[in-house]
Design a protein around this ligand. Structure first.
Ligand SMILES: NC(=O)c1ccc[n+]([C@@H]2O[C@H](COP(=O)([O-])OP(=O)(O)OC[C@H]3O[C@@H](n4cnc5c(N)ncnc54)[C@H](OP(=O)(O)O)[C@@H]3O)[C@@H](O)[C@H]2O)c1
Length: 321
């Protein structure tokens, strides 16, 4: 197999890792991580299950070992995952093969070549019952298959790799047109001309801007301070709060009605149990003096104005201020 590295911008001197292999590179977070890596001198190998990328299905143990042994990366950023909660619940075997077994394959292969491993996990490892933000030392107790499979991935990474970072993200926003999460969904409704947006007021989380996350992640990896970290934007809004902020940012607060509903409202479309709170605090990052994740409102504003500008998806009569 011939492995061609991705394009690299002229190095800016940042980043101690020279050969970086990324799994799940075609996803939302992948686009931001690749953009951040492009600003370093690293040689980047972009893999994904999707066509158009160096093909690597992390469920295939032999393929993972082969690619890693040929590339011999000194850093593996493992992003490949089944992130659809409903798909995980409907097919737990698929969820475990991708999120747990796939992670085991990547962790074993990274350890075999002495590479540092980054595993991106989720606030969904907690049960959501806490009335304060979760910190790294809190005991996880996931309430759904996605959370359980990601937690198993965390344990495998920690057991198998000495040089590992387990980094938990919150509600991801980023990737512009790749954004298939909440912010992307609300913008999609506005694009379709919705005059009413329904959003849940009884679930809380920490929105995490992928570009901020990627930048902060590369700084963290450079420290070699392996361990478990929370890396989220500041604050703990409900989905309805995020929707309100989106309407404000795009200048549609007066024209689109926001209806705050309980999560039961979406029970047919999103039947999987979700934690009440997925609010995290970046305690370990702060200890290292590396917590430069912005408050979620600032990050959302930046995201909408840069990655969605001009908001050409919004009908012309509903233009951005
Ligand atoms: N999105 C969030 O809100 C969020 C929050 C916290 C943590 N995370 C974690 O962050 C990481 C990146 O998530 P993301 O938001 O970028 O998700 P994403 O957009 O779904 O990207 C994941 C990528 O991995 C690919 N993939 C799926 N199965 C694979 C396999 N067996 N082998 C190789 N690639 C495979 C996906 O392809 P397909 O699209 O074809 O499946 C997709 O391109 C994941 O580990 C996720 O658990 C995400």
């Amino acid at each position: 197999m011939t492995l061609q590295p991705g394009r690299n911008a002229a190095g800016d001197g940042r980043g101690g890792h020279r050969r970086v292999l990324v799994t799940g590179a075609a996803g939302m977070l992948g686009s931001a991580v690749l953009a951040a890596l492009d600003r370093t001198s690293a040689q980047v190998f972009r893999t994904d299950i999707k066509t158009g990328w160096l093909h690597l299905d992390v469920r295939d143990r032999d393929a993972v070992h082969h690619v890693v042994s040929v590339v011999r990366p000194d850093l593996v950023i493992h992003l490949a995952a089944e992130t659809d909660l409903e798909a995980c619940e409907a097919d737990p075997m698929h969820s475990w093969l991708t999120n747990a077994a796939g992670t085991e394959h990547v962790a074993r292969a990274a350890a075999a070549v002495g590479a540092t491993l980054v595993y991106v996990s989720t606030a969904g490892v907690f049960d959501g019952g806490a009335d304060r933000p979760y910190v790294e030392s809190d005991a996880p107790s996931p309430v759904n298959e996605y959370g359980r499979s990601k937690l198993r991935g965390e344990k495998l990474v920690t057991e198998l790799c000495e040089r590992a970072f387990v980094v938990r993200a919150g509600w991801m926003m980023g990737g512009g047109r790749l954004d298939h999460k909440f912010v992307g969904a609300v913008l999609g409704q506005l694009r379709d001309g919705a005059d009413t947006v329904y959003a849940v007021g009884d679930r809380f989380g920490s929105p995490t801007y992928a570009a901020d996350f990627a930048r902060c992640l590369l700084r963290l990896v450079d420290t070699d301070r392996h361990g478990r970290y929370h890396m989220v934007g500041g604050g703990g809004p409900s989905r309805a709060d995020v929707a309100a902020q989106i309407l404000h940012e795009v200048g549609l607060s007066d024209r689109v009605r926001l209806v705050k509903v309980d999560s039961d409202h979406f029970a047919d479309r999103y039947p999987v149990t979700r934690p009440r709170s997925e609010v995290l605090r970046n305690a370990a990052l702060a200890k290292l003096g590396l917590n430069d994740m912005r408050p979620w409102q600032d990050a959302l504003s930046h995201y909408l104005r840069t990655e969605f500008t001009p908001l050409d998806q919004i009908p012309p009569e509903m233009v951005l201020r």
